[in-house]
Ligand binder design. Structure first.
Ligand code: AMP
Length: 474
């Protein structure tokens, strides 16, 4: 008996979004702006692969980090290698730096990257599973100026996009020498209060007590407010480094807040760590939206077992965009820090490094929520209208003439009625329409119509690009 074809509708996976044409200009603009500002500051662009060796991340982010523990998309290749869809960019960047011998270039090497990253996040946090980041890294030098400049660049990019109310949260988690004493005190504090820790944190306390500070559980957040602060345990070198970072901030007039418990849950960080926040707009709405997601989202296990049809997110795209709202109603648009130990975790040698990244999806969400205007790069300037098969054929020639002189056009070549095509041109708010009917096709001259005034004139086919260019200039 033949198997019945499965007619279940196939939809995008939870946390994976189509970026529709109306949104693409926003995404493009954010990526380009971060790149543009970075290039002013001497960063060069690098493109890194989407799939990497799993060990690149297990060795550097920490076996007990949320990402490695439960968020990596890993699989075995046909050849049996264990690989992952990249969950973040910094480890790849350091790998690329060493792999391509960039130590022999003038130092530091300053690189910009942009692209998709993948984390199997719990959807109740409203986070995406494929999200985009634009990031910068400065490799090969330890000068504290770089820590400050990285934040300067990310803030300038946000500023250029119209987002100016950014709060910079800073902390220093110290270097290797600062850690043992701090960890000892932190462990002792949490041991005393172990009854109030969530289940995960009881485990984290044994494996990596600093990660407890990153927990979002309400009780753990409360407990954190009396926890020992890394800043009080800094080695002399770390103290010096951080005080210089702060001096540079003062010098360029960037205000910041010290968050003494900011740790950014990955093993590779040392010394400066930072996050960039904006107030979560319409805080009440966000809380509502987030709690709606909590109420409707399935837990991870149930989520895996469900069929595709029910896996459709119960939230709208806008709702998912509000994920990442921290305690205090702040939304993290970006973060980063220094990672001088990362290379030694991979290659056994030191490569100084610091960097940071903006979450493009969140920045786009903010731009839209604030009604900031983003114009697409290419806006059609003329609408091509044809009536009848001969006109349709002639218009094909004109399309290429227009492209060659750089005049973007729109059309509805599949439609024949004049009224229909004019009404589309009208809706698209195109300044001109070029109309070719049977008569115009034979005479090889089109009617050029100003969509604003309705005035029309005849233009010979070969003159169309020049005439249109002049009119558009005017
Ligand atoms: P991280 O790599 O975790 O330091 O994240 C840097 C920035 O990327 C965050 O501040 C967010 O803006 C963004 N981001 C991180 N994870 C996600 C996610 N799952 N969905 C959407 N944006 C994210």
């Amino acid at each position: 008996m033949s198997k019945k074809p499965n007619k279940e509708p196939i939809q995008s996976l939870k946390g994976f979004h189509d970026i529709l044409p109306a949104d693409v200009p926003y995404y493009d603009r954010v990526g380009k702006e971060v790149r543009r500002v970075s290039e002013y500051y001497g960063f060069q662009t690098i493109r890194l692969p989407h799939v990497e060796n799993a060990e690149l991340f297990t060795r550097t982010l920490g076996e007990t980090s949320d990402i490695v523990e439960k968020q990596m998309y890993n699989f075995r290749t046909r050849g049996g290698s264990s690989v992952v869809l990249r969950p973040e960019g910094t480890a790849s960047m350091v790998r690329a730096y060493v792999e391509h011998g960039m130590q022999s270039l003038p130092q530091p090497v300053s690189l910009f990257y942009e692209g998709s990253f993948f984390r199997h996040e719990n959807p109740q946090a409203g986070r995406l599973r494929e999200f985009r980041q634009a990031g910068i890294e400065v490799l090969g030098e330890k000068d504290p100026i770089h820590d400050t400049l990285i934040i300067r660049v990310l803030l300038s990019a946000l500023d250029a996009l119209g987002i100016r109310d950014v709060q910079v949260s800073l902390n220093s988690i110290g270097d290797k020498a600062s850690r043992p004493h701090y960890i000892k005190e932190l462990t002792a504090y949490y041991r005393k209060n172990i009854g109030d820790l969530c289940k995960d944190c009881k485990r984290r306390l044994k494996e990596n007590p600093m990660r407890v500070l990153d927990c979002k559980d309400a009780n753990c957040v409360l407990l954190k407010t009396h926890a020992p602060q890394s800043m009080n345990y800094l080695s002399e070198e770390s103290k010096k480094h951080f005080s210089q970072v702060l001096e540079h901030f003062d010098e360029i007039g960037i205000s910041y807040e010290i968050d003494p418990w900011l740790v950014r849950g990955l093993d590779y960080y040392n010394d400066t760590v930072f996050e960039l926040f904006v107030p979560a707009h319409r805080a009440d709405d966000n809380v509502k939206e987030v709690s709606a997601m909590v109420a409707t989202a399935s837990d991870e296990e149930a989520d895996k077992d469900k069929g595709v049809a029910v896996e459709k997110p119960a939230t709208t795209e806008h709702e998912e965009d509000v994920g990442g709202v921290e305690e205090g109603g702040m939304l993290a648009l970006g973060g980063g820090g220094r990672y001088d130990m990362l290379a030694s975790m991979l290659f056994g040698k030191t490569v100084f490094g610091a960097g940071g990244a903006l979450g493009i999806d969140r920045v786009v969400g903010e731009i839209k929520r604030r009604n900031l205007k983003i114009r697409p790069d290419v806006i059609p300037k003329v609408f091509l209208i044809q009536i009848g098969p001969t006109a349709k054929r002639k218009i094909l020639r004109i399309t290429e003439d227009l492209r060659k002189v750089g005049i973007p056009f729109a059309h509805a070549l599949g439609k024949d009625a004049l009224k229909r095509q004019l009404s589309i041109a009208d809706k698209m708010k195109v300044p001109y329409a070029l109309i070719i009917g049977q008569k115009e096709a034979i005479e090889e001259r089109a009617i050029l119509r100003s969509m604003e005034t309705g005035t029309q004139e005849h233009v010979a086919f070969e003159k169309i690009p020049t005439v249109l260019k002049l009119k558009l200039k005017a």
